[in-house]
Write a protein that binds this ligand. Structure first.
Ligand code: NAP
Length: 331
């Protein structure tokens, strides 16, 4: 809310944000997941004076912890390293009074309120839940993919494309993401090779046409990536034709893997409605099919998948939770 008095918080001597109580197991709000969506939800929820717990899981910070430069998160003129950004957001979240526990949730019960969230060592309760467990890009499962992750192998063209100016690139996949990423990458790359395992694309006609019409794009159908090689960074990709077994080596500076994502929703399968691909289905605003259980970020959004959009969804979910808890209190 905007303060029109012109006074800063210090001038008004506002009470410091409440310090979290270590032994607490009952909260107003539990947020599951600690990427940009979870932390931002935590900031807004704690700031709205709700007792807020974030259970961060085994990779606090989410996917950005595995990223190097982040150039597209507003507020950092020179860009920021992914882990540094997440450490800063985490500290900001804690300063607002949210408690963060780096523990993995092993089970949940959203059938009745208060909702229950279990880790291996503790059972927690809350009146509202925000699920922000994200999604993971599918991997090819190649050794070189792991070796060169962040050194030429990427899972996000929007994030990393501008680092590959005037280079030849490979995009793996035949779906809408692969077409979209390849088309986007032609803004920077000298040439983009789309490698797809079948001779038919899965992508929608319009997305296919956009890539097919682009003179910088070359298709390799019925090909699979067999090796990703290099020294400091990716230098070569070896393709194999799965019909003829013919091998082709391409000299490229980067490989963008766009073979789909898997939302982290196993825990919620029998609790909230999921779509055919396992993403959480939202009803009214950010609420799931269960009243009082909300979702934010890549766990429901397979369209944008950006740190800044995830943070935006975290904010929205926390505002929706605030309204939900206020209405509940008034009843
Ligand atoms: P997707 O539609 O599931 O396509 C994944 C592609 O990767 C498929 O072509 C698949 O091959 C291939 N693939 C999967 N596993 C592979 C493996 N291990 N090795 C090699 N190739 C593999 O995923 P997506 O493209 O990320 O799209 C996800 C959803 O988001 C879709 O509903 C899509 O329409 C939507 N989307 C929409 C837009 C847009 O409208 N602008 C943009 C992006 C995404 P096969 O075809 O052989 O299975």
């Amino acid at each position: 809310m905007y303060d029109t008095s012109g006074a800063t918080l210090l001038e008004k001597k506002e009470k410091p944000y409440k310090k979290p109580d270590e032994k607490k197991t009952k909260y107003d709000v539990i947020i599951i997941g600690a990427g940009p969506a979870g932390y931002t939800a935590g900031i807004y929820s704690a700031r709205a004076r709700h007792d807020t717990l974030i259970l961060s899981g085994i990779l606090p910070g989410g996917l950005l912890v595995n990223t190097t430069d982040v150039e597209n998160y507003p507020g950092f003129e020179q860009g920021i390293m992914g882990p540094d950004l997440m450490i800063a957001i985490r500290k900001q979240t804690e300063r607002m009074g949210a408690k963060i526990i780096d523990d993995e949730v092993v089970n949940v019960d959203f059938k009745r309120t208060p909702f229950k969230v279990l880790t291996a060592s503790e059972e927690y309760e809350a009146n509202a839940i925000i699920i922000a467990t994200g999604a993971n890009p599918r991997k090819l499962g190649l050794e070189g993919e792991q070796t060169y992750a962040g050194k030429g192998v990427s899972y996000c063209a929007t994030c990393d494309g501008p680092f590959f100016r005037n280079q030849e690139l490979v995009v793996v996949g035949g779906g809408d993401s692969a077409m979209e990423e390849a088309t986007f990458l032609t803004k920077f790359a000298s040439k983009v090779h789309i490698v797809h395992r079948r001779n038919e694309l899965r992508a929608s006609k319009v997305m296919q046409e956009r890539a097919l019409d682009n003179p910088k794009v070359q298709f390799h159908l019925n090909f699979e990536v067999e090796e990703i090689n290099g020294s400091e960074k990716v230098q070569e990709v070896v393709l194999k034709n799965n019909q003829s077994n013919e091998k082709t080596a391409l000299e490229v500076g980067g490989v963008f893997v766009a073979i789909g994502h898997e939302p982290s929703t196993k825990l919620f399968e029998n609790q909230v409605e999921l779509d055919g691909e396992g993403y959480i289905v939202l009803g009214k605003n950010t609420e799931t099919s269960v009243s009082g259980v909300f979702a934010a970020g890549d766990v429901h959004d397979h369209r944008y998948r950006q740190a800044v959009t995830a943070a935006g969804y975290g904010c929205m979910a926390a505002i929706d939770v605030d309204n939900y808890l206020t209405e509940k209190k008034q009843k």
